[in-house]
Design a protein around this ligand. Structure first.
Ligand SMILES: Cc1cc2nc3c(=O)[nH]c(=O)nc-3n(C[C@H](O)[C@H](O)[C@H](O)COP(=O)(O)OP(=O)(O)OC[C@H]3O[C@@H](n4cnc5c(N)ncnc54)[C@H](O)[C@@H]3O)c2cc1C
Ligand code: SF4
Length: 562
């Protein structure tokens, strides 16, 4: 093995890895940032400006999707038929009697920027109440640090990204205003806002990782609505144009796309000595490292560790608590889509620009622990172009159909609820014993189970979405879908749980693996609880920045004699 030429190797350039890499480089550390996926070029890879934009989703490039499998999921109880996904033209989406994975299943991107390339860009802080579920409600697990300890790092992340948000922080107190003023709500959100007012619910501008003014050399949003297809203007705060760009500019971060880490090498004294990766040329390369940060996400990080442990039973890593791979949480989701009585020009606007936090606290639903949030969701449903209207919203064919599509175009209105998911014994990640990737690494296998409380919460979420649309005057529902009959998760957490007790958690509050000298985990896998629907990336980044600061206090860069 050659002498280390880096102070830290970071595996994964998504939300968490890029934030850690940037912060460590700012502390003078020489960082190697490896990602299994490709680099994306917003100008040439994203297709929002092309005539066929509507027929494409987030672009796929070689290596930009990971492979994984699902264990068989639960049978569907007819008592919950009201929560089955359906469309007015096509009927039920899942015609069987068993829960299955949706097309994307685990929604993610492998690449420089990770899943944030595809994300909407909601930029939420956790509700402090959601970080104390065990202490206050006897459910799930508590965070080993509190909101006050994380608050300065939220500010750092928001400043770097250029988050635009409202003045009133509600449950989430702030020590300084958002760096940018809030976005103006689109017409559909204003209609829903009036309806929410009538119901006595809150309805406010959601904090967004999308620029409301020019910021740090980046253009402001043009309200095209295409965030999930990849933002061609670079105003969406995906990690590639924020943390990765800053890490690169530091001159101390070597960024290598197309490099999948396939093995960890254990050294003396409970240290990781090196990692092996397979590069774009297919060659296997070993890099020695004084410090290792794993940030592959809540499916891939446990997979890498579980695969190491299976191949090296005498040198197992992070396994003592028995929690590695357990506690998989997916945010529960429900969406109701309808056609408004008036034209809302809802093909444009900033996605998810408005939010209702009324049901977000863990005790918001009677008899259920864990809340949810509601938001405008037209663009997430992808009912934004004429093809989608013709295929999903307006039945019929021929001239009459065409005329109706024209008449109804711009009236789509949708509300989504995203909810807490408490850890349960049936939800975890292990290794598929029959399938491996091209490098011979066993695939991650996702086990997912909706327990009774999850289904009660989901029912409350569906009721709220329907009620809000009804109050907005929406008479025709065209489609509804949720996570009762489908596994469909963009937010996944918990498989390397953070906690104070090494007997029940994998990493501590500084994201350091219990009992290991030089291993950090900086991604969504460390969340002890999922929150009541908060979008997680900002919290992942705040945690990663904090962890990098803590590491930098003890780990001096090579050659630093101060
Ligand atoms: C459609 C969609 C909408 C979303 N909307 C929002 C939103 O509005 N707000 C929000 O906060 N969140 C949103 N999310 C979720 C958010 O993107 C993720 O929660 C977040 O990116 C997770 O961060 P992470 O660091 O855990 O993993 P990721 O961002 O997924 O990054 C992991 C990276 O690690 C790399 N990697 C994995 N294994 C290896 C390996 N062995 N070797 C090398 N590299 C590896 C992967 O290639 C990937 O690039 C959305 C996600 C999707 C898909
Ligand atoms: S709506 Fe704004 S942030 Fe989203 S893709 Fe368009 S320009 Fe980018």
């Amino acid at each position: 093995m050659s002498a280390p030429s880096f102070d830290v190797v970071v595996v994964g350039a998504g939300a968490g890895g890029s934030a850690a890499a940037w912060r460590l480089a700012s502390h003078g550390q020489r960082v190697l940032l490896l990602d299994a996926g490709p680099a994306f070029d917003p100008a040439s890879d994203y297709r929002l400006h092309q005539p066929d934009w509507e027929l494409t989703r987030f672009p796929e490039k070689p290596g930009s999707r990971g492979r994984y499998t699902f264990a068989p999921m639960q049978a569907l109880d007819p008592a919950h038929d009201d929560l089955r996904s359906w469309n007015r033209i096509h009927g039920r989406f899942n015609r069987g009697n068993q829960r299955i994975a949706s097309g994307e299943g685990y929604h993610h991107v492998r690449g420089i920027g990770g899943s944030t390339l595809h994300y909407t860009g909601e930029a939420h802080r956790m509700n402090p109440h959601s970080m104390r579920l065990q202490a206050d409600h006897g459910a799930g697990a508590d965070w080993p640090l509190d909101y006050a300890q994380l608050e300065p790092y939220y500010l750092e992340a928001e400043k770097l990204i250029g988050v635009a948000g409202p003045a009133d922080p509600g449950d989430r107190w702030r020590s300084a205003p958002y760096p940018l003023p809030p976005h103006r709500l689109c017409r559909a959100s204003r209609l829903l806002g009036k309806a929410a007012d009538g119901l006595g619910w809150s309805w406010e501008v959601s904090p967004r990782a999308a620029l409301s003014l020019p910021y740090d050399g980046r253009l402001p949003c043009n309200y095209c609505g295409g965030c999930n297809r990849g933002c061609p203007r670079g105003d969406k705060g995906s990690a590639d144009v924020t943390f990765v760009a800053k890490a690169r500019a530091s001159g101390r971060c070597d960024i290598r796309p197309g490099c999948a880490v396939v093995a960890l090498v254990v050294g003396e004294g409970r240290r990781i000595a090196a990692v092996d990766y397979v590069g774009p040329d297919g060659k296997r390369v070993r890099v020695e490292t004084p410090q290792l940060v794993l940030a592959g996400g809540a499916i891939e990080t446990p997979r890498l560790l579980l695969a190491h442990n299976a191949a090296n039973p005498r040198q197992r890593i992070a396994h003592e608590s028995g929690q590695l791979g357990r506690n998989l949480m997916e945010s529960s989701g429900w969406t109701s889509v309808g056609l408004a009585p008036e034209d809302l020009a809802s093909f444009g606007g900033l996605p998810a620009d408005a939010i209702c936090w009324k049901f977000n606290r863990p005790d918001a639903i009677e008899g259920v622990v864990g809340g949810y949030k509601l938001s405008t969701a037209i663009h997430e449903t992808d009912l934004a172009g004429p093809v989608a209207y013709a295929r999903r919203a307006i039945p019929g064919w021929g001239r009459r159909h065409k005329a109706q599509v024209r008449e109804q175009f711009g009236r789509a209105v949708a509300v989504s609820a995203t909810g807490e998911f408490l850890p349960n014994a049936g939800s975890f990640v292990d290794l598929d014993d029959a399938r491996a990737d091209d490098n011979g690494l066993p695939l991650a296998r996702i086990h997912s189970h909706n327990d009774a409380m999850t289904l009660r919460r989901l029912a409350a979420m569906a009721r709220s979405c329907r009620l809000l649309l009804q109050a907005a005057g929406v008479e025709t529902l065209v489609e509804e879908y949720g996570t009762h009959d489908f596994y469909s998760a963009a937010h996944v957490f918990g498989t390397c749980r953070m906690g104070s007790d090494p007997a029940t958690s994998v990493v501590d509050a500084d994201l350091k693996a219990h009992g290991w000298q030089n291993l950090l985990i900086c991604d969504a896998s460390v969340f002890p609880s999922s929150g009541g629907g908060e979008a997680p990336s900002l919290t992942i980044q705040a945690l990663a920045i904090r962890a990098a600061d803590r590491l930098a206090t003890t780990h001096r860069p090579i050659g630093d004699t101060t």
